[in-house]
Design a protein around this ligand. Structure first.
Ligand code: GLU
Length: 300
């Protein structure tokens, strides 16, 4: 594993869960992460996070890819599907077990209902319980600190978050383990994503340190403001965000660029999305988003 002393070429990624089509909120995230990768002359990868079939919608993965294409957000290399990498997650779990950093947990939802963070009931089980059980990652006692690309210096005591599940009782791999395994395997250097995922970052950094056997920080995290509706809720399938259509993509890109604090020229609306994005790259700056946590949908 390389250390930050040997700068690695920029590799960014967009990692949608195929639970529904893209909407303005997910387009804004994709666009900002694409822009950052392109202005740093980096690679931009797309990874479909299809590890939770009950949450997925048939056809959504393809629909997401077609929408990215329609909006000119081209990716490098082939798309990675998490559902094809179970063996990698198993290897990561085995490594954590060997490192003494994973343990089986038989706690029920009911037992944990009142706890904000996992209280560690199963941390000291003497033997492996009868199935079904989950696997949890034992967090370090140390504080995790990182300098976020937009949200400043962050410092979190991992013990206050508790030990996350990495393999669920129902047999599905949990997001935390899969995302870190993939970001390491794919050589990702820059994670640009919505601020709603920032609470997971301390766990992911701790996991990355274990899995990569290093203490230095392997990724630069940048947490973007998320687009919220008039009730202050993040746009999502649950609150019925309108799916993006493929008509007039340049007009939508123009509006999303404005929402991301850019000053696109209204004449760009007449351009093909790829031409618009080439011009937008020349003017792109992430600075207007510094410290911002939300973008009002009404401003779009
Ligand atoms: N799959 C996650 C989502 O769609 C994003 C994971 C990430 O960017 O780390 O919310």
């Amino acid at each position: 594993m390389l250390t930050p002393a040997e700068p690695r070429p920029y590799v960014g990624r967009f990692a949608p869960t195929p639970s529904g089509p893209l909407h303005l909120g997910s387009l804004a995230t994709a666009l900002a992460s694409w822009m950052e990768a392109r202005v740093h002359r980096g690679r931009w990868l797309v990874r479909i996070e299809d590890l939770d079939p009950p949450r997925e919608e048939p056809g959504a993965a393809d629909q997401i890819l077609r929408t990215l294409e329609a909006y000119g957000l081209t990716w490098d290399g082939s798309v990675r599907y998490q559902s094809q990498h179970h063996a990698d997650y198993q290897a990561a779990l085995n490594q954590l077990i060997q490192q003494g950093r994973a343990y089986p947990c038989r706690c029920s939802r009911k037992q944990l209902a009142a706890a904000a963070a996992y209280p560690g009931f199963c941390r000291h089980l003497k033997k492996v319980p009868k199935p079904p059980y989950a696997w949890r990652f034992r967090v370090t006692e140390a504080e995790v600190r990182w300098t976020d690309g937009l949200q400043g210096v962050k410092q979190v005591a991992l013990e206050s978050l508790g030990d996350p599940v990495i393999l669920r009782k129902d047999g599905y791999w949990a997001y935390q383990l899969a995302v870190v395994t993939d970001d390491l395997d794919q050589g990702v250097t820059h994670v640009v994503r919505g601020i709603d995922l920032m609470d997971s970052t301390p766990w992911q950094l701790d996991l990355a340190h274990c899995l990569a056997n290093q203490v230095s920080i392997p990724f630069q995290y940048t947490h973007l403001p998320v687009i919220v509706n008039s009730q202050g809720q993040k746009l999502s399938k649950q609150n019925k965000a309108t799916p993006l259509c493929h008509e007039r993509p340049s007009e939508v890109l123009y509006r999303v660029l404005r929402a991301l604090g850019q000053t696109p020229d209204p004449q760009w609306i007449e351009l093909h999305p790829e031409a618009l994005l080439t011009l937008a790259q020349q003017h792109w700056s992430i600075a207007p988003l510094r410290g911002e946590q939300t973008i009002d949908l009404a401003s779009l």
